[in-house]
Design a protein around this ligand. Structure first.
Ligand code: SF4
Length: 370
């Protein structure tokens, strides 16, 4: 990568209105008393890393937590600080909770340069939503998305969760229909993972979640329905309409460079991987370079191959060998037996998983690479 090439910027906003039952992200409820000081610290970090790396950003992603909870004033201030580093065509995404239409000025956000919104819809069924401890209803989500579109946001991503309490095949189809009818351009469809220590892991509701077989059926059903509706699957869990793939997320899978700001944020710059610990106190009080924690640098052939196999575009073994001459030469041969059972396709030197293959992606990747 050329030192002048643009990179990505990620800003973590660790505040939520209330903690969802299944959530293991670094976020805590409310935290209004921190908003101003947190914003100022983020702006300092933008300045610090702007000087340190002297790179422009062609994507900026406000993730969380619930970044929109910060409100338009703070977000616009952060955008002002980031603007000098953004390329004219930068994809700028802010995550938020549906059901906040009355609390945020979407027009101000759009004018600040944010051009993509990602809402944690998870489901369009109120009973399922309440089982997850989400704060919104289907109707509120509809109003929020409508308000965002009215303000000029035409690139809207919605998260859809599979395997949640009370979910059925019918309710999945209804949720997908909702996403399509409100005009989503992108859908991230993840399987619920019950993380240890979360309220859901201790609640009776966990027994109402899909078992492995049912979850697999749900995933394949979602892939099929989304494809029918023109959402192209470009990654295990991500689907885009009209070519609106998430540029920022693709960067992670294509091993591109990015700078992460905020507690729990990760960075990969100039061959070095590092992260900030899950401590808002450290982030606010300590010098940035003192709280950067080293991670293994990665970057070998295995990581390259594994990340590409997550993508529908797949792994081009010719490109792999050009980049990593020491990678094993039997990868294509290893993959061939999995064509017949419909788990993958081979086109020339390229291997790409089918939705059925994505379901078994860990085991399948191991079979092929080793
Ligand atoms: S809104 Fe997202 S980050 Fe916040 S508690 Fe819920 S799942 Fe976690």
């Amino acid at each position: 990568m050329n030192k002048k090439d643009p990179v990505g910027l990620y800003i973590h906003v660790p505040f939520c209105r209330q903690k969802c039952r299944y959530c293991d992200f670094y976020s805590f409820p409310k935290g209004e008393e921190y908003f101003e000081i947190y914003k100022n610290r983020v702006i300092e970090a933008i300045d610090f890393y702007g000087k340190k790396y002297a790179r422009s950003y062609n994507s900026l992603y406000f993730g969380g937590g619930t970044p929109l909870l910060l409100g338009e004033k703070h977000l616009c201030d952060i955008m002002e600080a980031a603007k000098p580093y953004l390329t004219p065509d930068a994809e700028v995404t802010a995550e938020g909770n549906p059901g906040i239409a009355e609390n945020i000025d979407f027009s101000a956000l759009r004018s600040s340069g944010i051009n993509r919104l990602s809402f944690g819809l998870q489901s369009a069924n109120d009973k399922e939503l309440s089982s997850l401890g989400r704060i919104h209803t289907k109707k509120e989500a509809e109003e929020t998305i409508k308000a965002a579109k009215k303000a000029g946001f035409d690139n809207i991503s919605l998260d859809l969760m599979l395997g949640i309490p009370y979910q059925t095949k019918e309710s999945i189809l209804e949720s997908i229909d909702f996403c399509d009818s409100v005009g989503a351009t992108h859908i991230s469809s993840y399987m619920l993972k019950i993380e240890e220590g979360t309220p859901l892991s201790k609640s009776e509701l966990r027994f109402l979640c899909a078992d492995e077989e049912e979850a697999a059926d749900f995933y394949l059903l979602a892939c099929e329905e989304l494809s029918k509706r023109g959402f192209e699957q470009y990654e295990i869990s991500n689907f885009a309409k009209d070519g609106k793939r998430s540029f920022h997320n693709l960067r992670y899978w294509l091993d591109g460079e990015y700078i992460g700001i905020g507690p729990s944020a990760h960075s990969f710059m100039e061959g070095r991987r590092y992260y900030f610990e899950r401590s808002i106190k450290d982030f606010i009080e300590k010098p940035f370079d003192e709280i950067e924690k080293e991670e293994s640098s990665g970057g070998g052939w295995e990581e390259y191959a594994m990340l590409r196999l997550r993508l529908s575009d797949g792994l081009d073994t010719a490109e792999l060998y050009e980049k990593f001459p020491d990678a094993p030469k039997n990868i294509l041969e290893n993959a061939k037996p999995f064509i017949k059972p419909g788990l993958l396709n081979i086109t020339g030197t390229k291997i790409s998983f089918t939705p059925k293959g994505f379901l078994l992606s860990n085991a399948l990747t191991a079979e092929i690479l080793y």
